[in-house]
Write a protein that binds this ligand. Structure first.
Ligand code: NAD
Length: 336
């Protein structure tokens, strides 16, 4: 969390939830606690005007509960925007589980979480986010039907990340068209930060289409694997924001565009998968505009995943999913 948000949270301790800096008229915030499994989770339901609130569950080792609450409030609001701009009959919600997904995630914990989701009777539908896999959603599905993104052999749509990556690629092409006059990314220098489920597939689209890709990740082993597999360069400086690239693609966690980084950014386009890339939308969005940096809204261009997940509920075919994801290109151009 940025120092700014921490300070604001200090001020709002007297009204710890409704007075929280990221509280934005959310309909419901559910705190889930289970002694036996160690589950500590927060479900944020931002808005259900368009339909049930759908959004993934993130498991992350938050430094403190303020960080977790702030994250779920921001992420669930982002889902309201994402679902509505994508034309889906869904509201916005999201959940966070506090803990280390590598060491603290157990089937019992996931089932208990699923029971909490079930207790909301369909007002919130969960899916995967950072720290979750399709098989975790299958476990949740053992105790509730209010889950999407389950595996194909259970009748689900499987891992949404490749579709998310395709949508980000489409959004990036639209940004290039607007900024450079052509949507070809051939020869464009792209820095991809975070080469997880989405980042790796994005690297694949980019390298297949002639972009000059540089990658960075806190997981060194993955960096080496992905660099070798796709012929990408590995970033090696001490300030990646000042890297001389055309396009910066944040595909790790949010808020990387903040007070400390914004003035260093050399890229002329920012287009990536991470949710909530701007630490403060009102301030940092305006600064990017003044600096002439084109920002492709995260909630628009990373919507491929939710489109894929939604297909499970409305029985769209793969072709329909890809067509709707490809349309991110047109929506992005319209917005620019
Ligand atoms: P992931 O967990 O598979 O990958 C994230 C990667 O980022 C990991 O490799 C991790 O090591 C790396 N990382 C974390 N902190 C980093 C840092 N400070 N610097 C560099 N690398 C760092 O997650 P994912 O599913 O690929 O999602 C990536 C982002 O896209 C997230 O913000 C997620 O919320 C968003 N998103 C994902 C989907 C989806 O379909 N998976 C859909 C919409 C949005």
């Amino acid at each position: 969390m940025t120092t700014e948000l921490l300070k604001a949270n200090e001020l709002h301790k007297v009204d710890p939830v409704f007075g929280q800096v990221s509280f934005d008229g959310h309909e419901q915030v559910v705190f889930c606690n289970d002694k036996d499994t160690g589950l500590k989770a927060i479900i944020g339901i931002h808005n259900t005007v368009l339909g049930p609130a759908l959004g993934g569950t993130r498991m992350w080792n938050y430094t403190n509960e303020w960080e977790a609450l702030n994250d779920v409030l921001r992420l669930s609001r982002g889902m309201t925007y994402k679902n509505s701009i994508s034309g889906l009959n869904l509201g916005g919600g999201k959940a966070v589980i506090i803990g280390d997904a590598k060491t603290q995630k157990t089937p019992e914990l996931m089932r208990r979480f699923g029971q909490f989701v079930d207790s909301l009777s369909g007002k919130y539908i969960t899916a995967e986010d950072v720290g979750m896999e399709t098989k975790d959603m299958d476990t949740v599905n053992e105790v509730t039907k209010y889950v999407a993104g389950i595996s194909v052999d259970r009748g689900g749509s499987g891992n949404p990340s490749p579709v998310t990556a395709y949508g980000v690629y489409m959004g990036m092409k639209a940004a290039a068209k607007y900024k450079y006059g052509s949507d070809s990314l051939e020869g464009k220098k792209v820095l991809v930060q975070g080469i997880g489920h989405v980042g790796e597939v994005l690297v694949q689209h980019l390298t297949e289409n002639g972009a000059l890709v540089t990658i960075t990740d806190i997981n060194e082993e993955r960096v080496n694997q992905v660099a070798t597999k796709y012929g990408a360069a590995i970033y090696s400086g001490d300030d990646l924001y000042s890297a001389a690239v055309d396009i910066y693609a944040p595909c790790a966690l949010g808020a990387t565009i903040n007070d400390a980084t914004i003035n260093n950014i050399k890229a002329s386009i920012i287009a990536g998968a991470a949710n909530n890339q701007l630490a403060n939308e009102a301030i940092h969005g305006k600064i990017l505009k003044e600096k002439g940096i084109l920002y492709a809204p995260d909630f628009l261009i990373n919507a491929g995943g939710v489109i894929n997940v939604y297909s499970e509920l409305v029985k769209w075919t793969n072709a329909q999913v890809m067509e709707k994801t490809e349309n991110i290109y047109n929506t992005a151009l319209e917005i620019f």
